[in-house]
Structure formats: structure tokens, C-alpha cells
Design a binder for this molecule. Sequence first.
Ligand code: ATP
Ligand code: SF4
Ligand code: MG
Length: 348
Amino acid sequence: MSTSATPAVAAPATAAPPVLEISSLSVDYGVGDGAVRALHDVDLTLRRGEVLGLAGESGSGKSTLAYAVTRLLSPPGVITGGDVRYHPREGGPVDVLAMTPRELRAFRWQEISIVFQGAMNSLNPVHTVRTQLTDVLRAHRPGMSRAARTARAEELLALVGISADRLGAYPHQLSGGMRQRVMIAMALALEPEIVVMDEPTTALDVVMQRQILRQLVRLREELGFSVVFITHDISLLIEFSDRIAIMYGGRIVEQAGAADIYRDPRHPYSDGLLHSFPALRGPRRELTGIPGSPPDLRAMPPGCAFHPRCPKAFDPCDRRTPHLAPADSDTGRSVACWLNDDRRPGEE
Ligand code: ATP
Ligand code: SF4
Ligand code: MG
């Protein structure tokens, strides 16, 4: 293993009830003959209070999944099948894909918020931090007084380690790390149950990335929300996630506890990803990387999409697609690979 990280957070995962259940979710870009499938039958459960890490090379469908479950996918993206269920603290599950625009407005920010990829550049340059934070509160808490909104904005900045005197600052007067913290503060403004963070710290230096993520994990422990954490950085992923899902070509190919996947990746692609990152500390391991490039959605290889790059490919792999199946009932691990599937191709 070449990563530096050992999981920093104890995994409450398996015992906690689900807060978001994604079943057989599929997304296409475009319609008819020109359509390409970016997500295939994704099954994934986010548990209450956990950090679920999502990794995979560029184009594997991580952002598409984040947009689809928050219903922020815009044309030409189309959800072509599946189910997304949100479990509120009280009451029965809610069908996210059936929500009306009005229900969605209440759902976003209040129940689920998203920090977008490249978010530190998405603050409005002509408004102060105060205006941007209080706007979210004004829209969703119409009864809140102006003084209460400002007090809450100060509290939110303090949560992410920024002093209240920066409320009057414009985005260009803040460092990249501070802008990113402001985005996280906005995402936490209404105390949502789920925070989706799509590459939240990619543009920052390593020290700043860890500092922000440590703060987020601490807040998660204090406030009890769940996090979907999307990143290219496997060390960060292992350090800050309770569970990890690995994506390839629009499918989840392995899903397991962070410590389990770190010690013993079962899917050859997970193994390749874990051997693609240099160690910052801890024992060195050989960096082998993954030969070849991610698949082109317009010309997906038949069978297992990873087979042209897989060092372990064998007879059925270029003909039959393996599906995510339980690989270890004790830990809840699941893997989509014929090597790990007791059902041999043809017995599906
Ligand atoms: P990255 O790590 O680069 O952010 P990602 O895993 O988030 O990648 P997505 O952005 O979800 O990947 O893209 C998944 C696939 O869908 C890619 O092949 C991409 O080219 C395709 N795609 C994304 N957005 C569109 C779009 N608007 N129109 C057509 N194809 C798209
Ligand atoms: Fe490799 Fe075959 Fe497993 Fe795909 S199914 S990852 S090609 S061994
Ligand atoms: Mg992305």
C-alpha cells in the first residue's frame, strides 16, 4: 500500500441506519442514438453520521452521481432509472426522484447540501460573505430577524474557523482556503442531514486540505450529519472516510469499510488506484499505477469495462458484465468482479 493514510475516524457505519438509499440509479447524457450512459445501476447506501468516500478516475461518474441524487442534473443529463430514498429523522422514507420543484427547494440546503467541484470560485464576487451567508438564511428561514441572521452567519464562520470580522469581506479579499471554508459554512447553514462534497479541497495545498477536512470531521461528530466525500486523492479518502465506494465507467465496482479496502482491496481496479498514490508517511510500497486510460463512454468495452486494463482478466471478463455482489457478509463489503463472485458467468 502506497498511501500515507490510516483511517482517522472510527467507522460507526454498519450499525447506523440509512439516511440515503440509492438503488439501480442510471443516468444518460443525451437521448436516442446519441445517448451515452454515465451511470449504470448504481446501488449505494449512506448511513447516518458516516463519511462515505467516493473515488475513481476522471469521468467515472462521481459528479454525475452527486448531481443526480440532489436532483441538480441539468440537460443533457437524464435519470433513466432507479430510485433514491431519503430517510428523515422522523417519518417514513421520501422518494427524492418524485419530489415536486417546491419540495425540492425545501429538500436542498435544509436536508441535503452540496459543495460543488471548484466551489471556491463559485462565490458571487460582487457580494460580501455576510450577504451570501444571510441570503441562504433569508430564503429558507423567512421568520428570522436581520440581527439573528447576522448572528447565525458569525456562528457559521466560527464553525469553520474564520473570525467574524471577515463577514464584510468580498471573495477576492479571502484566500482560497478561506473561500472554501465559507462554502462549507454555507452548506452547513441550515444544519442539513447530508453534505455532499465534490472535490472540496482539490485546488488547495495539502496542509490546508487536511486542516479543512479535519474541521469537517469534527463538525460531523458535533452536529451528526453524514458526508459524501468525492476526491481524487486516495490518501485523503482513506484518512477521512468511514466507508469507501470505488467507481469505474459509471458503476460502483467495490464498496467496503475504509480500513478493509486499505488493507485488502479486492477489485483489481481498487488495487490499482491504491497503488497510484505516493506515501507521505508510513511504509513505502511500490507504485504501479494503472496502465491505459479510462473507458470512452461512447465505446464501452463489452463485459467488465475494466478488462482491457486488468492484469487479472480471464476467460469470462470480456464477455460478461460482473454485478456488485456481497463479498464478505461480516464487513458488508461488495465487489463487482468475476474473481470475487461465486456465481460463475452463465449462472447469473
Ligand atoms: P472528474 O473526476 O473529472 O470530476 P467525474 O467522475 O466527476 O470526473 P462526471 O463529471 O460525472 O465524472 O462525468 C462522467 C461522464 O459523463 C464523463 O464521461 C463525462 O464526459 C460525461 N459527461 C459529464 N457531463 C456531461 C455533459 N453535460 N454532457 C455529456 N457528457 C457528460
Ligand atoms: Fe478484472 Fe475480470 Fe475482475 Fe473485471 S471481472 S476486474 S476484468 S478479473
Ligand atoms: Mg467530478
